[in-house]
Design a protein around this ligand. Structure first.
Ligand code: CAA
Length: 284
């Protein structure tokens, strides 16, 4: 393995999935979040994800114990001091991410590569607040991380070939397929996926079809594993809105305007699965 000690910022949906997959490949992980509560929740999610893999006979109970033993948790960023790669997977907010990159730059060894799992924000911008912009790379995993085969690799303007190659090799070692995309708003996956989800929300908003029928249409009519509204709830409606805003502001075209119904749902705190309500109800 090209990296021996990997840090992950954020124990949420993406952070805990990344920590799990890295630990599944024999690498030590330090998973950091701002509260013990988030870390405990993240570890619980990793345990139940491993249990699902055991059920599908893709993991043994012994391997699960090994995975968990490789993950250390912390609320202190200073605990990344021995990491050779840190992957940031915090909330999709520019100011928050810039702050994290400034701090990572201070605490991580000079040789360490700093990666971001951002789904839409400029890698070039994050690289620019560090003293090592050539060692900053986008490493965008898909949700759920243990099951999805893709890592979208993003080169910032400053990213060196060497850093990019190391991250590509690491992603392949994790069993993922790595694709290279330019640092443009929302990159490739979300540039295509989010306008489709946003359009599905417009179809609902304009009363063209019901939630269930929109999902059936796309599942049965185009063989997608999940309908677009189920997928939106799965990703998180706040994340979908944040990505649409990045597309709208970054590319300036009205076709990227977030659907007003999506905005309202987020204002209501109906964020999808994680809040118990989105286009579907998950309470109870
Ligand atoms: N770890 C974590 N979650 C797991 C899991 C594991 N080991 N195994 C299954 N899951 C999740 C599923 O999402 C789902 O949740 P619930 O049981 O709570 O409903 C459930 O577990 C389904 O499990 P199944 O075993 O029945 O499902 P499956 O294995 O047949 O397929 C799936 C699940 C792979 C997620 C499939 O539905 C799928 O491919 N969906 C589309 C996912 C997708 O498009 N992801 C990309 C989102 S976009 C993104 O991530 C980028 C971004 O920046 C927003």
């Amino acid at each position: 393995m090209s990296f021996k000690n990997v840090g992950v910022v954020g124990a949420g949906q993406m952070g805990n999935g990344i920590a799990q997959v890295v630990a599944m490949h024999g690498v030590s992980v330090v998973m950091m979040d701002v509260s013990e509560e988030s870390l405990t929740k993240g570890l619980k999610t990793i345990e139940s994800s491993c249990d699902r893999l055991i059920k599908k006979e893709l993991m043994t109970t012994q391997e699960k114990a090994e995975v968990l033993s490789r993950i250390k948790t912390t609320v202190h960023m200073g605990d990344f001091r021995d990491c050779d790669l840190v992957i940031e997977a915090a909330t999709e907010n520019v100011e928050l991410k810039l702050n994290i990159f400034r701090q990572l730059d201070e605490v991580c060894p000079p040789k360490a590569i700093l990666a971001s799992n951002t789904s839409s924000i400029s890698i070039t911008k994050m690289a620019a607040v560090t003293s090592r912009p050539e060692q900053v790379v986008g490493m965008h995993f898909m949700n759920p991380v243990p099951l999805m085969k893709l890592v979208e690799g993003i080169r910032g303007l400053q990213t060196s070939d060497q850093s990019f190659r190391k991250v590509a090799q690491f992603a392949e070692n994790l069993g993922k397929t790595f694709i290279e995309v330019k640092d443009m708003p929302a990159f490739a996956v979300n540039r295509i996926l989010m306008p489709m989800i946003n359009e599905a929300i417009y179809v609902l908003h304009e009363g063209i079809a019901s939630v269930e029928d929109i999902d059936s249409a796309m599942k049965l009519g185009t063989n997608q594993p999940m309908g677009p509204l189920t997928l939106a709830d799965f990703v998180g409606l706040d994340t979908c809105l944040a990505i649409m805003n990045v597309l709208h502001e970054g590319l300036g075209e009205s076709k990227y305007r977030p659907c007003p119904l999506l905005v309202k749902y987020v204002e209501a705190g109906w964020l999808g699965r994680k809040s118990g309500r989105g286009f579907y109800n998950y309470a109870g």
